[in-house]
Design a protein around this ligand. Sequence first.
Ligand SMILES: Nc1nc2c(c(=O)[nH]1)N[C@H]1C(S)=C(S)[C@@H](COP(=O)(O)OP(=O)(O)OC[C@H]3O[C@@H](n4cnc5c(=O)[nH]c(N)nc54)[C@H](O)[C@@H]3O)O[C@H]1N2
Ligand SMILES: Nc1nc2c(c(=O)[nH]1)N[C@H]1C(S)=C(S)[C@@H](COP(=O)(O)OP(=O)(O)OC[C@H]3O[C@@H](n4cnc5c(=O)[nH]c(N)nc54)[C@H](O)[C@@H]3O)O[C@H]1N2
Ligand SMILES: [Mo]
Length: 768
Amino acid sequence: MAETKGRIEAYHHPAAGWGALKYVAINLFKERVSGANYKSLLAQNQPDGFDCPGCAWPDREHASTFEFCENGVKAVAAESTSKRVTPAFFAQHTVSELLAQSDYALEQHGRLTHPMVYDPASDKYAPLAWDEAFKLIAGELNALDDPDQAAFYTSGRASNEAAFLYQLFVRAYGTNNFPDCSNMCHEATSRGLPGTVGVGKGTVTLDDFEHADTLLIFGQNPATNHPRMLGELRECARRGATIVSINPLRERGLERFASPQHPLEMLTMSSTPISSMFVQPRLGGDFALIKGVAKRVLEMDDRAVLIGVRRVLDVDFINDHTDGFSEFARDLRAEKWALLVAESGVSRTQIEALADVFMRGERVIATWGMGLTQHKHSVPTIQMLSNLMMMRGQIGRQGSGLCPVRGHSNVQGDRTMGIEERPAGAFLDRIRHVFGFEPPREHGYDVVASIAAMEQGKVKVFVGLGGNFAMATPDTPRTFKALQSCALTVHIATKLNRSHLIHGRKALILPTLGRTEIDEQNGVAQGVTVEDSMSMVHISFGLNKPASPALLSEIAIVSRMAEATLGARHQLKWQAYRDNYALIRDDIEKVFDDFYDYNARVAKPGGFHLKVASREREWSTASGKAQFVPHQVAIDTPIRRARAKHGERLLVMMTTRSHDQYNTTIYALDDRYRGVFGMRRVIFINQQDIDMLGMKDGDWVDVRSVWDDGVERRADGFMLVAYDIPRGCIGAYYPETNPLVPLDSVADGAGTPTSKSIPVLLTPAVAP
Ligand SMILES: Nc1nc2c(c(=O)[nH]1)N[C@H]1C(S)=C(S)[C@@H](COP(=O)(O)OP(=O)(O)OC[C@H]3O[C@@H](n4cnc5c(=O)[nH]c(N)nc54)[C@H](O)[C@@H]3O)O[C@H]1N2
Ligand SMILES: Nc1nc2c(c(=O)[nH]1)N[C@H]1C(S)=C(S)[C@@H](COP(=O)(O)OP(=O)(O)OC[C@H]3O[C@@H](n4cnc5c(=O)[nH]c(N)nc54)[C@H](O)[C@@H]3O)O[C@H]1N2
Ligand SMILES: [Mo]
């Protein structure tokens, strides 16, 4: 990739609009989607079509109108490509040769077609029969001294059925080692919310967006990552709702939006302003900011009491539904404004202005993404946001609530199905009751713990159900070594990626059907189900011809792996499950009460809403009430320690997504709304910080992280791009910057790598 040929050019058009359409056309052409597969683009998120593999944002009724989404089209085009990675391809390239290619190049080779096994003699992957592959896996798994020496990763595209069978197999085998992509994603949400509202899921549905008058968007870039959410925001803005973007980066995509759904807007080149207000905290400053808003709300309530006007707090909600308010209020009163201002990087005037917007709102939705979840203090931050919303009863009523916006299209469903390294006792009891075996009780490894366990030789077999573990995880060189120390690595995948090349002593690549493809078992088309970010469960049927006749579905792969490994040990109905996926749903229903009449309810267009207790104002907490949880501003943090040592030259780095990538999959080299074209090795930085470094916009730097374990972590060769971002904060793209994230730098209580707050130093480098 000729990165130096890139250019930086401010983006002046609305998000989406013609730019998106033009891009999509180019992309389809490039992917060489064959004629028959074009029709699949019109079928995404249709009642009789497939669930879009793009993201977890829900669809309006999951029916009728074709919702045009650039992100979805790119995801579908990438899966529907006519390019193939065949045994002949592997015969032509050694693994070492392939390792020298970029992630972008690896993705461009196309779809995997045959099961492959690594041959150390030739350093190449060679084809093998499916049966041989399952025998090999079974042999290695059964040779381990302890089932806890294997780890089973899940990426968030696996369907409910595949995920359920996978956890059933792994628990029958004997471990809870379930690292999954949500450990790196919304784990802080899943661990934080149960402590306040009882359930680790959002409390809103799309319908609430029609009634909200105020939306607070924390740490999210929907123009790129959830384009269909932008459509909802556009409607909210048109109704006159106030939309606030809380983000260190002033994301251009949140300024204006032209909807491809509205031809008139496109023809007249007009657009709808999205955000009415931008608040730019420093990285990780949200905790102090939200606490400041809460403090102001309390102060205004005190004043209301004093002068005898309507209370600002929702006193009825607090009395009837919550616990712990007085202690929380005491802590807020004692908190120093100076500390909140200094920590958030937001002036007191602006904190008060944000509080005014919040208090004026009768129906407020707070949404958040990775900007809140990938910090050391993510769990307290999310709990503080929950506290704030509870102060005004903004949970569990129409038009208001908590809205974590998930990433992968079924990441929420996978957790619901039991992809969980810390399973609840009651769930395990059910598994025992329904399936007649005793599942393991000890908690297993999450992503970070799995890598550490591989390093220490405690995990020897790694199986990945989708994803790109080697590139998605932190501390890249260290993670590579950990994976390479495994006896066996297995990847169930649609496309070639670097994880397949960073392999154990033995290694398998098992190609699988994507969600866009027809999945026939015994001549009957099978559907799979998924749960979106708002707990809607629906069915998905593929429409395209499979990329290769040799592909197996994820369900077939998991069930055959289980049969081969467990043998006669467990009499589970693997064969029946893979012959008819409805039988899997019947058994899911036996384990989870909320899935009653599963098959009947997903047969209805749009599927069904899975009950979220907190939305109904039922609180599944220890006290049976929603809980206010006070938290202090953290004083002794790695970033503060690093800054004490290095002064203002110490910068805090976030790693984020460009417009043309899907996590570790790089579709192209542009980041249109941020004005970056043809390159990815850039650092967004405040002009005053460039001056402070004695450098110029466009200069090149190397990056080194500051951590206290004496290990050098670096990523070299990035171009400085002056940007609207607070001083002391910089941004760059993932996965290029993952080598900078120390493995043991994780969110307290969630274990999420702190990918949005890495202390770093920049040093001048020569332009490549
Ligand atoms: N096209 C596309 N779509 C995707 C994905 C993709 O890679 N490409 N990935 C999918 C997945 S798995 C996920 S999880 C989602 C991710 O979607 P997002 O949550 O939008 O993820 P990021 O791109 O990492 O961007 C996070 C945003 O947080 C801001 N931010 C960073 N640090 C802070 C902070 O400390 N405070 C605040 N307030 N903001 C901060 C950044 O400026 C950025 O705007 O998208 C999903 N959809
Ligand atoms: N520094 C930094 N690191 C991060 C993040 C960050 O913001 N910053 N974000 C984190 C987040 S939010 C996430 S979710 C993770 C993502 O981590 P992962 O989910 O592991 O990564 P992806 O890039 O989404 O995985 C892409 C691969 O999945 C496979 N695939 C695609 N579709 C299918 C399918 O239908 N079935 C199967 N079996 N395989 C399929 C393809 O082979 C493709 O190469 O990365 C995390 N890592
Ligand atoms: Mo994610």
